[in-house]
Design a protein around this ligand. Structure first.
Ligand SMILES: C[S@@+](CC[C@H](N)C(=O)[O-])C[C@H]1O[C@@H](n2cnc3c(N)ncnc32)[C@H](O)[C@@H]1O
Length: 383
């Protein structure tokens, strides 16, 4: 079996359709996940199949592929023989009949639907989605709409790749609606978006190869917080194993607070990937400025330092809030303050007792902060 790279689309269309085809390694993982859950009576459907990379497997199940991109579908028909192909918009008029699947057939959805935020500012200039989406599955992210379409198809099993943020960011999780009410995650392996050949290498985000099973109790956000995601053979990540900065300081501005000349200002905090892109302490007020509660200044300093050392944080924590071990931080606090004050001299007046006279303090702070991070992250510490 050989998977194929997408070659027929221009950059703009590739972004619009989210056409980043999946390579064999990830396709194999998905098949390993489903193999013990399906049998010959199952229908396997990839409703956004591209050239059909997920459907090349030699099995006795009925295989169905679909894509909105007609050129992709004609390539798939040349690549794969034992398959039924359709050229529909998978998000409009979602039902089994359009793929000739009976209501009583067992259905497994497999694939890598497009994920892109229809409202994202970064790519506003080129993004232009021009197909209809059924009202009952419409959201601002195409990938979430795809997950919801699988619920409308009443799939028994779903094994797809999607951004980890759909599960671990509360606002995204809430957009899953009926999908989270009717399906439960039973297996999840995290991979990096950087492992896709045509994707950006500069800002990598975590993608999960996720296996969901129909379940009358569905899954709660708490369930996800306690879920063990696999990273490597013996390496797992669970959100609840960490404590987060949002338990100590506010991440968002208070609309009604007015800054004055004594205010210390900080940029809105989102996840770790956003922190890498954004500033921390800022001079000018704006709708994104948090007015720092000075009794908690140490924690804002923590975030400022965390940003500078973010290269030690693994990519799969990119969608989490800044993590912290408070007890340990209190022990190491003076080094964080030292480090931050080297870069933020305007804050020195709040720490009048601190001595900056010794040049080696900067290196000492660095050494101690690394020690803190190693203890905070344990096996997740990235070199
Ligand atoms: C991430 S690619 C995955 C392709 C293939 N499953 C693979 O992994 O190699 C996403 C695919 O979704 C298709 N697509 C985007 N919007 C669609 C829609 N509304 N209906 C059907 N397919 C769509 C794109 O044309 C693209 O082929």
């Amino acid at each position: 079996m050989q998977t194929t790279e997408q070659t027929h689309l221009k950059y703009k269309d590739r972004i619009n359709l989210g056409s980043f085809y999946t390579d064999l390694k990830h396709v194999d993982t998905a098949w390993e996940f489903i193999e013990s859950h399906i049998n010959n009576n199952f229908v396997v459907l990839d409703s956004s199949c591209g050239y059909g990379n997920f459907l090349q497997k030699n099995i006795n199940c009925r295989k169905i592929g679909n894509d909105i991109d007609s050129i992709a579908i004609s390539t798939a028909s040349n690549n794969i023989k034992d398959i039924h192909l359709f050229n529909y918009n998978a998000l409009e008029n979602v039902n089994r009949q359009k793929y000739n699947i009976n209501e009583n057939e067992k259905l497994c959805i497999l694939g890598n639907p497009p994920y892109n935020d229809r409202t994202s500012i970064i790519r506003k200039g080129i993004k232009q989605i021009n197909f209809n989406i059924d009202e009952n599955i419409k959201t601002r992210d195409l990938g979430v709409s795809f997950l919801r379409s699988y619920d409308k198809l009443n799939a028994d099993l779903v094994c797809v790749l999607h951004p980890l943020s759909y599960l671990i960011k509360k606002t995204n999780f809430n957009m899953l609606k009926d999908f989270s009410r009717n399906y439960k995650l039973i297996k999840g392996k995290i991979i990096s978006s950087g492992s896709f050949k045509q994707a950006s290498k500069t800002m990598q985000f975590p993608i999960v190869i996720a296996l969901y099973e129909k379940d009358e109790n569905g899954m709660s956000y708490d369930y996800i917080k306690n879920f063990n995601f696999q990273i490597e053979k013996d390496l797992f990540f669970k959100q609840n194993n960490f404590d987060y900065i949002s338990n100590y300081i506010k991440k968002y501005p208070n609309k009604y607070a007015q800054a004055n000349e004594d205010s210390v200002l900080f940029w809105t905090m989102r996840d770790i990937n956003a922190l890498k892109r954004n500033r921390t302490f800022i001079e000018k007020t704006s709708s994104n400025a948090i007015i720092v509660d000075k009794t908690k200044l140490d924690y804002y300093i923590y975030v400022d330092v965390f940003k500078r050392y973010a290269n030690h944080i693994p990519y799969y924590l990119g969608n989490c809030d800044v993590i912290i071990n408070n007890k340990l931080f209190l022990k190491f606090k003076k080094y964080f303050i030292l480090d931050s004050l080297f870069y933020q001299p305007q804050l020195r007046k709040y720490y009048a007792k601190f001595d900056f006279s010794q040049t080696h303090y900067k290196n000492l702070a660095k050494e101690k902060i690394n020690l803190y991070l190693k203890q905070l992250l344990g096996e997740h510490y990235a070199n």
